[in-house]
Design a protein around this ligand. Structure first.
Ligand code: GLA
Ligand code: ZN
Length: 634
């Protein structure tokens, strides 16, 4: 299976002579697929119901003639100005019901009947027109859903929210779930329920959580509406939509992943930050795990981006190491935004595979050599013995404010555990509420604030059969409606953990634990042992000498509870006392990935590095230049 290589191709910006040049240079760069028509709506439909496919027809034919596959986009990510002006339900509204105007992109309300109606018509036209076109190899629905408009508070959304609620709960259940007897919030009729608009003080957390679920579902409905049309027309063409990084919170990607054929995502690491290589690896692992199959790196910048405050260039080799990181973590394809750098418009300072200064540039040369390198490779099947549990509902509920501490951030907790494995070169998968855990030696849940009943059962079974479960602080607090468990924290997993958590303290300074005098920060759970033993106690404050880290034998397995937080170095020390899988030593941010008989060494640092690589029975001295990639076979 060949590796997909290419970019978003936005030729609408260029003359036909340039298209011909593009074909020549795409060959030189070894491009084999492009994402076409992502923002094509205004050109395809100049007025309602009148279509003009001339340009797209020509481009499809041209690409086909040149042996370049097309991942054809449905163009619904930015509606034409006429649509926004003609129907007043199209533009979204903010919390104070101010209009979010057109003039940029993705400025539509997800529940707008007119947006939906015209998007359906457009997608059907595109689907019918190109369903048998030989260049068509994949569908690209919309673009980065929720990137710019992830929430809307308009009257259409309010109406749809009520219907969404009605399809799930009775009014009585809603009052019960949200605890509306407090602050006189009881609802006597569905029509009284409104989105969490601008109000006098804090919103009801249950309503906020359900509104987040509803918005993710509303946007998912948009995807499904297009998906259904395309599946009926072209059942054999795979469908994708490009997700964003691990910090994209508005969409429940796990729920979405069921109806996506190939997961893809857009990677824009902040190259000025030392944690970016780790964070980027984490997202690859998360994306691959959503469907437990290969995913596509759908966009990355060939060089600098334009949307941070300061946008340095990727260093020589850096684009290659990030691309190879994708391959090493299971990617089926490596693509860029965008093929040719724009001369006009909002993204003219964002790099392209062909920069403003043409093909005699470092960027284009690096792009060509990567293309050549990928042509001789095939995708890697990625396997891991460690899994981290991820749940979007939990993330949404945890970060409602005001809460006990603004420092308890879901993805930060996940990163702090993931980082141990990254820096020890131990492969990681992510697991979700319905995943099978049987093949893992360790399952970690860094901040499982919400317990989902199905996962609680799965993890009981997993540990009983010999698995090892590691649970982080501020866990087991609420049920799926965000109500605190009346039977106490940890609820159904108390027996599994062998402890009860009787309270917690929020740290504004630090404390320490008796294991290696490690400094702990942010949070201290107050723990009572029940069948578990203490591994480490707190060393100061009123809970001095009470357990901070515990271990419990349960069935054939073990459960660990870590009731506090650590910085990276201290976390490293603690986890290395718990995890017995042997990693591979390498200098900081030199990543070594071993999968099957592949060994990939990626130097993510700005300096040359030398180290002794030891794995299995092999030992060799490695010298690797700054941002160099070394590929070996075992
Ligand atoms: C996103 C979008 C692209 C482009 C890039 C720029 O990923 O999907 O259209 O704007 O950002 O980084
Ligand atoms: Zn709306």
């Amino acid at each position: 299976m060949k590796i997909i290589y290419g970019a978003d191709y936005n030729p609408e910006q260029w003359s036909k002579e340039i298209w011909l040049e593009d074909m020549k240079y795409m060959k030189e760069a070894h491009v084999n697929m492009v994402n076409l028509n992502i923002f094509g709506w205004a050109i395809l439909e100049p007025e309602e119901g009148h279509y003009d496919f001339k340009m797209l027809d020509e481009l499809m034919d041209l690409l086909y003639k040149n042996n370049i596959d097309v991942d054809l986009a449905t163009a619904t990510a930015a509606q034409p100005a006429w649509l926004s002006m003609k129907y007043d339900d199209v533009l979204p509204k903010d919390q104070s019901l101010n209009t979010i105007w057109h003039g940029s992109r993705q400025s539509y309300c997800p529940n707008s009947p007119n947006y939906r109606r015209r998007a359906i018509a457009l997608v059907r036209k595109i689907g019918e027109r190109y369903k048998t076109h030989p260049a068509l190899k994949m569908w690209h629905i919309n673009n980065e859903y929720s990137d710019h408009t992830h929430i809307c508070y308009c009257d259409n959304c309010a109406r749809s929210f009520r219907l969404w609620l009605e399809s799930k709960y009775t009014l009585e259940e809603i009052n019960e779930r949200w605890g509306t007897s407090f602050w006189s919030q009881k609802y006597y009729h569905f029509s009284e329920i409104i989105p969490p608009r601008q109000t006098s003080a804090d919103h009801n957390p249950g309503l906020v959580l359900d509104y987040k679920r509803f918005m993710s579902d509303s946007i998912l409905e948009l995807y499904l509406m297009e998906n259904e049309i395309l599946k009926a027309l072209t059942p054999d063409i795979p469908i994708s939509t490009n997700f964003m990084g691990n910090d994209n919170k508005p969409l429940d990607y796990y729920k979405w992943s069921n109806s996506i054929d190939i997961i893809s995502w857009d990677s824009y690491p902040d190259i000025t930050k030392t944690e970016s290589p780790m964070n980027n690896a984490l997202t690859h692992d998360l994306m691959r795990s959503l469907k437990q199959s290969g995913h596509i790196l759908m966009e990355q910048a060939p060089n600098q981006v334009n949307w941070r405050k300061r946008n340095p260039n990727k260093r020589p080799g850096e684009m290659n190491t990030y691309s190879m990181q994708g391959i090493a973590h299971g990617c089926l394809g490596i693509m860029f935004f965008q093929w040719r750098q724009s001369l006009k418009g909002a993204e003219k300072f964002h790099s392209g595979m062909i920069p403003h200064n043409g093909v005699e540039t470092r960027t284009f040369k690096e792009v060509c050599s990567l293309g050549k390198q990928l042509e001789n490779m095939t995708p890697i099947e990625y396997k891991a013995k460690v899994a981290i549990y991820m749940d979007y509902d939990c993330w949404w509920a945890l970060e409602y404010e005001p809460g006990p501490s603004i420092d308890m951030k879901y993805m930060d907790s996940i990163r702090s555990y993931y980082s141990y494995f990254f820096h020890h070169n131990i492969p990681v998968d992510f697991v979700f509420e319905n995943s099978n855990l049987d093949n893992y030696d360790y399952v970690l849940a860094p901040n499982m604030y919400m317990i989902k009943e199905s996962f609680s059962q799965t993890v009981h079974k997993y540990v009983k059969n010999g698995g090892q479960f590691i649970l982080g602080p501020f866990s087991g607090i609420v049920d799926e409606s965000d109500s605190v468990f009346k039977e106490g924290y940890l609820s159904t997993i108390k027996d599994l953990m062998g402890i009860s958590v009787v309270g917690y303290d929020v740290l504004t300074h630090s404390n320490s634990i008796s294991y290696k005098e490690l400094t702990c920060i942010k949070w201290c759970d107050e723990i009572k042992l029940f069948t578990a033993d203490s591994i480490a106690d707190y060393q100061s404050d009123y809970y001095k000498e009470t357990p901070a880290v515990t271990i419990n034998q349960y069935g054939h397995g073990k459960s660990f509870y870590i009731g506090t937080c650590f910085n990276e170095e201290e976390m490293n020390k603690l986890l290395s006392s718990i995890i017995t899988i042997k990693g591979i030593e390498s200098p900081y941010n030199v990543e070594v990935i071993t999968q099957g008989d592949h060994v990939m060494i990626l130097n993510h640092t700005n300096i040359d590095q030398m180290f002794e690589l030891c794995f299995f029975h092999n030992r060799s001295n490695i010298t690797i230049k700054a941002h160099q990639t070394i590929l070996l076979k075992k």
